[in-house]
Design a protein. Structure first.
Length: 310
């Protein structure tokens, strides 16, 4: 596995992280047993992955906690999240983290995020809740503070653009993939300048794993005039990526495209299947896409800021 430093946190992490949310929720969302989900987490750790991300809302913290029993806690970077419900109180944050720690079976997390923050709630949260997070940081219950966006509703990163004006965030979780690359313009430059850790979510979603969904998304983008159908094969929009010396599949291309994007530190990958996990690890161990393929992706989707790939 390849290693990097997660921005100003100084944490040494693998560039591939195990995400315990998304549609799969490490198998919980697709009918897998708890034992099967635990096996995926342990296989990830055994394979060298050093960063695991969960959240209260995913319902997977207890599974992560069981998977980590008997494993050196200090060998892993562990993160979890609190969804800011309307007028979230400091007391709710403190209790939420304490409950998460119990489920995870640890006395601290490395990163505690406010999760899925909307622009309209941002000012309240940064004024009223961030000071609470700072206290939890001083108490040692979390080492660093993060924020994640509601990418499905905020595809052009309005909240993160506002958050970048403040200096309280150690890590940001950003939606970025082949289909929507606008974080390259709106988020990455300032985050890099401030040395904020960048964790990528949505690297692969339905449109990059199911051809029929990709066709639907491309049709939407054509209708919005965000892509030009003259610039790609409308019957096989990303087929040019799969060839000898190129990607082995569209998901493989998607991970490699994000992995070698300048700026991001960690790309999250989620699955409930150990074979799929190992295939994803192989993608992260492959070189960058041929530059002509990566450049074509940057060109085709240069105007897109309206989809997530879901």
């Amino acid at each position: 596995m390849k290693y990097t430093t997660l921005g100003r946190t100084g944490l040494k992490v693998t560039t591939m992280g195990l995400g315990c949310g998304g549609p799969s929720r490490i198998g919980k969302g697709t009918g897998k047993s708890e034992a099967e989900s635990i096996a995926v987490i342990r296989k990830a750790i055994e394979s060298g992955i050093k960063i695991i991300d969960s959240a209260e809302i995913y319902g997977t913290e207890d599974i992560v906690g069981k998977a980590l029993k008997g494993i050196d806690r200090t060998s892993l970077v562990l993160s979890t999240k609190k969804v800011p419900t309307e007028k979230l109180t400091g007391e709710q944050v403190v209790k939420g983290l304490d409950d998460s720690l119990k489920r995870l079976g640890t006395d601290y997390v490395d990163i505690y995020y406010l999760h899925g923050v909307n622009l309209k709630d941002y000012e309240y949260l940064v004024t009223e809740i961030v000071p609470v997070l700072e206290k939890l940081k001083k108490q040692g219950k979390t080492r660093f503070i993060g924020v994640t966006e509601m990418f499905n509703a905020d595809t052009s990163h309005a909240m993160l653009r506002r958050a970048l004006k403040d200096d309280c965030w150690d890590v940001m979780m950003v939606g970025f993939n082949i289909l929507n690359q606008c974080a390259r313009q709106y988020v990455f430059p300032e985050a890099v300048r401030k040395n904020i850790g960048i964790v990528i979510m949505f690297a692969v979603r339905l449109a990059l794993s199911r051809p029929e969904r990709l066709q639907q998304v491309m049709k939407e983008l054509i209708e919005k005039k965000q892509v030009n159908p003259a610039e790609f094969d409308v019957n096989d929009p990303l087929g040019f990526l799969v060839h000898e010396g190129g990607a082995v599949s569209i998901p493989d291309a998607a991970y490699r495209f994000c992995h070698y994007e300048p700026g991001p530190n960690v790309i999250l990958s989620g699955t409930g299947n150990t074979a799929h996990l190992l295939a994803n690890i192989e993608s992260f161990n492959r070189p960058a896409l041929p530059e002509k393929d990566a450049e074509k992706l940057r060109f085709i989707f240069r105007k897109v800021d309206s989809v997530t790939g879901q």
